[in-house]
Design a protein around this ligand. Sequence first.
Ligand code: ATP
Length: 412
Amino acid sequence: MTDMNLMEKIVSLCKRRGFVFPGSEIYGGLAGTFDYGPLGVILKENVQNLWLSMFRDSRDDMYGIDARILMNPKVWEASGHVSTFADPLEDGKMFNTMFKTTVGVGEEATSIYLRPETAGGIFTNFKNVVDSMHPKLPFGIAQIGTAFRNEIAPRDFIFRLRELSQMEVEYFVKPSDWEQAFEEWRKQMHLFAKMIGLPQEMLHELEVGDGDRAHYSKRTIDFEFDYPFGRKELWGLAYRTDFDLSAHAKASTVELTYLDEETKEKFIPHVIEPSLGVDRTILAIFVSAYREDQMGDETRTYLALAPKVAPVKAMVSPLLKNKPELVLKAREVRKELQKIHPAIAWDDNGNIGKRYRRQDEIGTPFCITIDFDTLGETPELKDTVTLRHRDSGTQERLSLNEVASRIKTAIE
Ligand code: ATP
């Protein structure tokens, strides 16, 4: 399988099985936009929920917000995006990649931008979070949201989009503590990669040189990933200094400082920013999980998804569709397993091999089959089922309790 062949196969599987569709497809599409389908939306939510849990909810020093895409255009003047958020065109001119739109009507109409990064909403709410939550430094604000970039050449499926999602943290520290916080978030990002099943050997850190960093950054590490089209930026970790808070304080004339209650010192905190693109993360997951192997005399396609991110955790199936007693028992088993996790699928279509293949292609880690032995035809096998493992295709005969605890352990 060549690398480009791999991309074609991923794009095709994503469409065929309801993960990702081209945006506005029936009208011929819209470049740089893709829609998540029924399975894709669950995969995306799983990734986002894992991020929220690790980067926000399991910590005492993190706060969430949900800020708007539409902001006062002064935000983007102060942040430097109006003057510097640009890419070079072929003839050497710079092209600002922020999308413009209009709010209001008639004489009231004003030109504004669609946010090019979610960070803007975090910095402008810094004072609100401090005044309402009284956090102690160091603390951070986390947000997941949509951002827009009018990329000159959107490409590589969901890698370079014009409408994208970001999971961002702005972590506020005493200026002298920035290096320690930078190292902590660097470790967190590696842990997150591991949790969602990205192989360490496909992830590479790139220390971004002086001339190549964004205008606000004093240190940046790009987390690059081995995509089929090359080693490219997956996530970024930046030390943004006090650039943003200082710039917004100056432009808005609102004081954006932190008062240390103990030392009575007042200062503008410095910022460490781990910024993770949702769509690039999902593409990295597909690239590292896509597999083909020989099973029996067929080539099989499967997604070796980490059970935590897999949209379907297990599939339950009666061996035969036309035996009401098997169907009834299988329905009971499914209901029981749904107490562990709701994403337990049902499939009684076609033969059992075909059902397994369908689940393999969407990355379902386990398949459970109910047969006459489950019902007690062989008395010592009563209430046991067949548990089939996605990656190896091997099957085990286990009690229902054992199956439940296997699923639980895999997704915890
Ligand atoms: P690139 O150099 O690839 O254009 P960038 O350095 O401009 O990316 P950042 O400004 O650091 O990207 O944005 C933070 C994160 O947002 C990136 O690491 C990436 O995961 C995601 N991201 C940025 N631009 C896009 C895009 N056009 N499509 C999808 N995700 C994006």
